[in-house]
Ligand binder design. Structure first.
Ligand SMILES: C[S@@+](CC[C@H](N)C(=O)[O-])C[C@H]1O[C@@H](n2cnc3c(N)ncnc32)[C@H](O)[C@@H]1O
Length: 242
């Protein structure tokens, strides 16, 4: 565990995170289903539905840190006309998404290798930008938020779904017992990678609280921001409007 913490604190964090996701890519969906008792897709659907309520015409969307593409696929199902760019910097994760696109003959999802820390699109390109369980892993989160703001059109919407900090102290204790003890064991058992599933709970320790993320989004220029806690704040959905 010590090794994991040190690696995640160095300037090589980005490479470390990329390697970590390369190694677990094939087991990523399985572990998500196991760790969340199959709930994560419903939470992601809630995030997309909340975002779509706020977007006027969702013609173009960018899904950052898409991984195996859950958010892009849900958005595609709920808004088939939206042209989606599903991006990540990890080839192994993107290959899995590409297979899903072919197997299910999905239209309007374009896979692109992009580092979320250096987003390079013209200003005012997208109606919607989403990021699921990704912002927490970035080295320069604020720079990424600034880029998101820039590439959104006026009235465009940013949706971030990620781990949260549970509000109720008793629930927090129960959840942390599970998260810090059982999750690494599940990673070891099912993905043969305890390291990756030790990094996951560790990354929560330096992650913004729900209120902090809201404040940062407003400070970066978003005119409206609210969040919804899920499962007592284990997960939070932030919606911010440009
Ligand atoms: C926990 S997964 C989330 C995947 C997916 N969005 C979901 O909700 O299941 C985090 C993803 O972020 C990607 N990632 C981390 N840092 C990144 C960066 N700097 N640029 C692009 N992708 C990054 C990883 O490769 C991984 O696929």
């Amino acid at each position: 565990m010590q090794d994991t913490i040190q690696k995640s604190n160095t300037s090589g964090k980005s490479t470390y995170v990329n390697n970590l996701f390369s190694k677990i890519a094939k087991k990523y969906d399985l572990l998500n289903n196991l760790m969340t008792f199959g709930r994560h897709l419903k939470w992601k659907e809630d995030g997309i539905k909340l975002a779509l309520k706020e977007v006027k015409d969702c013609n173009k969307a960018l899904d950052l840190c898409t991984g195996t593409g859950d958010l892009s696929i849900i958005l595609n199902k709920l808004s088939p006309k939206t042209e989606i760019i599903a991006s990540d910097y990890c080839d192994e994760m993107l290959q899995i998404l590409e297979k899903k696109i072919i197997n299910h003959d999905l239209k309007n999802i374009n896979v692109k290798k992009i580092d979320s820390e250096s987003i390079d699109f013209p200003k005012s390109t997208f109606n919607l930008v989403t990021i699921g369980f990704g912002l927490r892993n970035l080295v320069n989160k604020e720079k990424c938020i600034e880029s998101i703001y820039s590439v959104l059109k006026k009235d465009g919407v940013f949706m971030c779904i990620d781990l949260g900090h549970p509000v109720n102290p008793i629930w927090r204790k129960i959840f942390f017992t599970y998260f810090y003890n059982l999750v690494p064991k599940m990673g070891e058992l099912f993905a043969r990678d305890k390291d990756a599933y030790t990094y996951l709970p560790e990354s929560l320790k330096t992650w913004y609280t729900q209120e902090e993320l809201k404040e940062i989004l407003l400070k970066k220029g978003f005119t409206k921001c609210f969040y919804k806690n899920i499962f007592g704040g284990v997960v939070a959905i932030h919606i911010a409007k440009k």
